[in-house]
Design a protein around this ligand. Structure first.
Ligand code: NAD
Ligand code: TYD
Length: 349
């Protein structure tokens, strides 16, 4: 039985990927490898935890001894690597956490994979990365395959460093790898510190909605399930040693996203005045202005297409958050509340 490790499988994107893999590959053993930080939650996996082809292991990927022990128990054929500190605002407050997981954690996995896999060519290290490694665009242009790396936040710098390590292991030791860089994901199970779920929680609690600067910064949004299908496809059929860009060609200024959320929320709940909660606050330091992705042509040749429009995906997301308030209560622990206070306390005074 082939075995795939999905690191970060209890997080937002990881939990969707675990679910996808467990159901679409019943002949594979799926091992979720996750430290369960503030962002990881077993509630994201639900019934998958009971499936016979799924194993959950709580370890820190930077803990080499723990990774070695898990390798003895469930040696992987593929590693789909998503475990990361993933929030830019937190990276501005505590960059060392990002060095620990995103850089040291990735290199720990690579180092053990190099030793254990030796010269095997039927294995795969798949690095799930972000478009933020390419820096910031002005009003024009796109990130495309071969665009130079130019990370500008501590988060982006840590992901860029990890991507370079993956390529270095491929070049130096012949490790079979694929990297994909994707834009901003949205959908169910996203931790309520990122823009869309944060806006939704503020709408539900009728609190001011913090929009950084003038809300003109642009992000390229993709529904999480579309990202997950692209990862699964590229893991199976992507060229080894290649770096792909994944995107749904859906760029929007933040204020447009927030306004759309307010409209959908009002339509679904009967409120009328949600837009009046929008509050422009002090900007994020070093805030990247615009991300826009030219998706890899090979991804289209392989048959991938986004499955939902932004309006449909956003509507499904709003409906999901409205009907999963128990989940929201469960994930907003004390650690989240103290981060929230540090991040927004002064901004929303
Ligand atoms: P997330 O923050 O929701 O989840 C991260 C998961 O990693 C959590 O379950 C957490 O417990 C786990 N984790 C953190 N540190 C760990 C450690 N030391 N050892 C083991 N597990 C650890 O993140 P996400 O939004 O699901 O992102 C997943 C991956 O996709 C990340 O690598 C991120 O850089 C990348 N990515 C995210 C987006 C996005 O829009 N969310 C876009 C492009 C790429
Ligand atoms: P975010 O969801 O943190 O993702 P990223 O920084 O990785 O793109 O933020 C998306 C955009 O929304 C970004 O331009 C910052 C902005 N933003 C706000 O305006 N207010 C907020 O409270 C948050 C969290 C983000």
């Amino acid at each position: 039985m082939p075995t795939v490790w999905i690191t970060g499988g209890a997080g937002f994107i990881g939990s969707h990927l675990v679910r996808f893999f467990v159901y679409s590959h019943p002949d594979w053993r799926v091992v979720t490898v996750d430290a369960l930080t503030y962002a990881g939650n077993l509630a994201n996996l639900g019934e998958v935890l009971q499936k016979p082809n799924h194993v959950f292991s709580r370890i820190d990927i930077a803990d080499a001894a723990a990774v070695e022990t898990l390798w003895e128990q469930h040696p992987p054929d593929w590693i789909l690597h998503l475990a990361a500190e993933s929030h830019v605002d937190r990276s501005i407050l505590s960059p060392l956490d990002f060095l620990h997981t995103n850089v040291s954690g990735t290199v720990t996995l690579l180092e053990i994979a190099r030793k254990r896999w030796g010269s095997r060519k039927d294995v795969l290290f798949y690095q799930v990365s972000t478009d933020e490694v390419y820096g910031s665009l002005s009003q024009e242009g796109f990130f495309q395959e071969g665009s130079p790396y130019d990370p500008r936040s501590p988060y982006a710098a840590s992901k860029a460093a990890a991507d370079h390590f993956v390529r270095a292991y491929g070049h130096t030791y012949g490790l079979p790898y694929v990297i994909s860089n994707c834009g901003n994901n949205y959908g169910p199970f996203q931790f309520p510190e990122k823009l869309i779920p944060l806006v939704l929680t503020h709408l539900m609690e009728r609190r001011p909605i913090p929009v950084y600067g003038e809300g003109k910064n642009v992000r390229d949004w993709i529904y999480v399930e579309d990202h997950v299908r692209a990862i699964a496809l590229l893991a199976e059929k992507g060229r080894r040693g290649h770096t792909y860009l994944i995107g749904a060609q859906n760029t929007r200024p933040n204020i447009e996203v927030v306004t759309l959320l307010c409209k959908l929320y009002d339509e679904l709940t009967g409120h009328r005045d949600s837009e009046s909660l929008i509050t422009f606050v002090k900007d994020r330091p070093g805030h990247d202005f615009r991300y826009a992705i030219q998706p890899s042509p090979h991804l289209y040749e392989l048959g991938w297409r986004p499955s939902v429009s932004f309006e449909t995906g956003l509507r499904q997301t709003v409906e999901w958050y409205l009907t999963h308030t128990d989940w929201l209560d469960a994930v907003r622990t004390g650690a989240y509340r103290s981060f929230y206070e540090q991040q927004y306390g002064e901004r929303l005074l």
